[in-house]
Design a protein around this ligand. Structure first.
Ligand code: ADP
Length: 539
């Protein structure tokens, strides 16, 4: 058989020919709603490749982006990778110090930024490479005064034609770069290739075909600036689905209005975002018109959230993955033979982290590195392997030593069980585990029960030091507005699912939970805040 290289540019050119009616609809930073077809997107992407060539971008150069979800960001994804350079997406929610580290470590040559981020980059400029050039992603009319000597995105496009022949690249050519948020130590970069990206796009499009189909409207709330928006910029055009991009407006009301206006069928994002949308759904007493599917991942989807969607007729797909896995590893749509399972059983399965995509291998091992049975009972450290999994961090051999076993499998840092029929269940991130008297307690399981209790809007369970047991669980709760959660009621409910020694020793009420740069509850920050916490029996 022939051996043709898998190339990212082919996806968009294919979409332009085969799905010409597919669109990218974008809520712009400029304030309006913009729409363009995949045909127009492909043409503008070729223009952009010409512009990048004129700006001196060469094979392998890193081009940074600091931008929301929108069509220009998608154009950068394709133009930069397609011409043989590396599209380096940067998470603007990281600290200034981390941002400077990342841009310097990646040695970005150009930085494309949305209007929103101009002041931030101006303040950071002294710490960025002196020869870095800047392009602001807007038109001439909206160009702000700036101290970056920045070029204007639409202007550099206007100067070029849309005739460009994508080079034939080897499929192992680097195409994208994304740094993990690095809650400990410096952020670490995952360098994707054309091959890994195209294979991932095909696997996502195939596994989530119920949402990704011609004419279907998909809302990626998951950002293009982190974890490749779960592969949607590739999987949606490949399948002919339309992308509806929320730009900077991620609150419940804005999402509701955008979804309703565009008749979005499937929306993808982390649980925090869906809390906002569900609050809006409750306030308006209805769903956005056309909404029928939600993909939840990035951190555990609480069962109460899954039920809130499902009882309103929205199918929930609970997915798991990580930056180092391109990122999607599993998806939780139930297989056909379970479609008729009793509702309670269905919810129980949907609260698990789903089943693997084709091409992803999973194994769990004990502390000694011995592989454990996938019987749904043994919990172990989760390792992965596959064509869409990193083989080593970008220029960081020291980090590699900590995460690969001798057979080349990658340690995810998650603790999990795997059922005989392939359902993955995460019990914790290894660094969030609670170890009490030598026994592990799953914070995710405890949180799931607490979330379903009256008056609880959000919660987290963390370990606090204990003189006798080493660590004990502390429940931290955000109450529903004006309500007071009752710890005894919560403990009672937990008592039905857990042994007594596993229940939290105390509850603290807070106004809000701290979030990481990727919108997850920051347990690290919580552990620091409650480091000196005195539990009732030790006070
Ligand atoms: P970071 O947030 O640290 O930058 P990632 O976005 O790559 O990194 O997050 C990957 C991690 O997120 C996984 O290792 C896992 O701990 C967590 N995660 C992702 N999806 C889920 C899920 N559905 N349930 C529980 N945890 C999840």
């Amino acid at each position: 058989m022939m051996n043709r290289p898998l190339m990212i540019a082919d996806i968009l050119e294919y979409a332009a020919l085969i799905h010409p009616k597919g669109e990218i609809v974008s809520a712009r930073v400029e304030g309006d709603l913009h729409r363009q077809s995949y045909v127009e997107t492909a043409a503008r992407t070729r223009r952009l490749a010409n512009a990048l060539t004129a700006l001196g971008v060469r094979d392998g150069d890193r081009v940074g982006t600091l931008a929301w979800n929108g069509y220009r960001h998608v154009e950068l994804y394709y133009a930069v990778s397609g011409m043989g350079a590396v599209c380096h997406t940067i998470n603007p929610r990281l600290s200034a110090e981390q941002l400077a580290y990342i841009v310097n470590h990646a040695e970005d040559r150009l930085l494309f930024l949305d209007l929103t981020f101009v002041p931030m980059v101006e303040a950071l400029r002294g710490q960025l490479p002196a020869d870095l050039r800047y392009v602001i992603m807007t038109d001439r009319a909206h160009m702000p005064e700036n101290t970056l000597d920045a070029l204007c995105y639409e202007e550099i496009l206007d100067q070029r034609t849309d005739s460009y022949s994508w080079p034939e690249l080897e499929e192992d050519t680097a195409s994208g770069l994304c740094y993990t948020s690095g809650t400990t130590g410096n952020p670490k970069g995952t360098l994707y290739t054309h091959r890994s990206t195209v294979l991932h796009a095909m696997a996502v499009a195939l596994s989530l075909a119920a949402a990704l189909k011609p004419g279907s409207k998909i809302l990626p709330v998951v950002p293009l600036f982190h974890v490749n928006a779960w592969g949607l910029p590739y999987a949606a055009p490949l399948s002919g689905a339309t992308l509806v991009m929320p730009g900077p407006h991620l609150d419940g009301a804005s999402l509701f209005d955008l979804m309703e206006g565009e008749r979005v069928f499937s929306a993808w994002g982390v649980p925090t975002v869906w809390m906002g949308l569900l609050a809006e759904v409750k306030a308006r007493g209805r769903l956005p018109e056309g909404f029928g599917d939600v993909v939840i991942g990035g951190s555990a989807a609480p069962r109460a959230m899954i039920e809130a969607f499902e009882e309103r007729g929205v199918n929930v797909c609970h997915a798991w993955g990580m930056t180092e896995m391109s990122p999607v590893g599993t998806q939780g749509n139930l297989p056909a033979h379970l479609a008729a399972a009793p509702p309670d059983e269905k919810m129980r399965l949907k609260a698990k982290q789903g089943r693997k995509l084709f091409g992803v291998d999973l194994k769990i091992v004990d502390d000694a590195g011995e592989e454990l049975p996938q019987d749904g009972k043994h919990a172990g450290i989760l390792y992965v392997r596959g064509n869409t999994v990193t083989s080593g961090y970008f220029r960081n051999p020291e980090a590699d030593r900590a995460v690969f076993d001798e057979k080349g499998w990658f340690a995810t840092g998650d603790i999990a069980t795997i059922d005989p029929d392939g359902f993955l269940t995460l019990t914790d991130r290894s660094k969030d585990l609670i170890k009490s008297g030598g026994e592990w307690i799953s914070s995710i399981d405890l949180e799931n029960v607490a979330m379903a209790c009256p008056n609880v809007a959000n919660c987290a369970v963390i370990a606090v030091p204990h003189p006798k047991w080493d660590e004990r669980p502390l429940l931290i709760v955000v109450p529903e507005t004006g309500k007071t959660p009752d710890f005894d009621v919560i403990k009672d409910r937990m008592g039905a699912h857990f042994a007594k020694w596993q229940l939290p020793d105390a509850m603290e009420v807070v106004e809000a939970l701290p979030l990481t740069a990727t919108g997850k509850v920051s347990k690290l920050t919580l552990r620091q805040r409650f480091a000196d916490y005195k539990l009732p029996d030790t006070a």
